[in-house]
Design a protein around this ligand. Structure first.
Ligand code: GLN
Length: 304
């Protein structure tokens, strides 16, 4: 298949449609982004990239980063992770508190806020300087030596993240947060503040299309079995209460973030990152979803 040709063709088709989404405004710093930007980058398993649009502009990857914190923790503690959380879809919004009450502070999965906060707690227990160690890991996985947290975005979340403060405190009340709540939530906000371009994000997630090995260098990020599990969790939980719809329409494991980024993976073939800041009502990029649906419909290359 001529990847560049298909990427360009679908991009040109989607960019002409009306964008009916809205930029996330509950994090004030994200509301400043120009909503007209739109980029798409496909990275094949052999490291070749096919880009269209605004693929070299840095944006806040937000919850897409939850896949990377999950990879770190899985590679460190393996299946012990599942003593602290489940791997079932929640069917609820990303920042929901409702299931935690009846499920005794055990988050449904690592890709909703509650689960990612417990993952951050585990990182706090593993390292003396969790923020530095996490950043070091993200630099390693992405291959971006000067990757850094966005102080402005982390601060903006800290000032308005009432639900996330509620989540960490609520989970702690069940004994499933071992460290100080402030330290854990600070790490979580910093994790979400990471910025990448579409091209960088697409390359970074390449290990999930390559049996756990980093593209080009072939260094192991996670084992092949862990890569399988991460892809499975992305498939069932990556889009919160829209996970079913994403599987139905796109047919690939993926993960979204409220910065407007989406990454989707076709194991053993490619990763594709899209970025368009306007979101649908589930908090997933409006144009990104449209692009990916049109893309897999055109290629008929999906996990199904
Ligand atoms: N930092 C965001 C939050 O906690 C992440 C949400 C998302 O990207 N879905 O609300």
């Amino acid at each position: 298949m001529d990847c560049q040709h298909i990427v360009n063709r679908i991009y040109d088709q989607i960019v002409q449609l009306e964008d009916r989404g809205a930029v996330a405004s509950y994090i004030p710093e994200l509301a400043k982004v120009d909503p007209k930007q739109f980029g798409v980058c496909l990275t094949t398993k052999d490291g070749k990239q096919h880009s269209s649009g605004d693929t070299q502009v840095l944006f806040s990857i937000q919850s897409v980063a939850k896949v990377l914190s999950l990879s770190l923790v899985l590679s460190k503690i393996g299946d012990d992770l599942w003593k602290r959380m489940d791997f079932e879809p929640s069917g609820s919004a990303f920042n929901s508190l409702v299931q935690l009450e009846s499920e005794n502070g055990i988050p449904r999965n690592p890709l909703i806020n509650a689960g990612a906060i417990v993952v951050c707690d585990i990182i706090c227990s593993l390292y003396e300087n969790p923020k530095d160690e996490l950043l070091e890991y993200l630099r390693f996985v992405s291959g971006i030596k000067d990757l850094t947290y966005s102080k402005d975005i982390a601060l903006s979340e800290q000032q308005t993240g009432y639900r996330n403060y509620a989540l960490v405190n609520f989970i702690k009340s069940f004994g499933n947060i071992k460290n100080d709540c402030e330290t854990v939530i600070d790490l979580y906000f910093h994790l979400c503040s990471i910025e990448m371009t579409c091209e960088q994000l697409s390359y970074t997630f390449g290990f999930l299309s390559n049996q756990g090995k980093q593209l080009l260098t072939q260094k192991e990020i996670v084992t092949p079995n862990q890569a399988k599990r991460i892809n499975a969790i992305m498939q069932t939980c990556g889009f919160y209460d829209e996970a079913g719809e994403f599987a139905f329409k796109v047919g690939l494991p993926g993960k979204s973030g409220v910065g407007g980024g989406i990454v989707a993976v076709l194991p053993n073939a490619y990763t594709i990152a899209t970025w368009s800041p306007s979101l649908n009502k589930h908090g997933n990029s409006y144009r990104g979803m449209q692009f990916l649906e049109a893309f897999t419909t055109a290629t008929q290359d999906t996990v199904f």
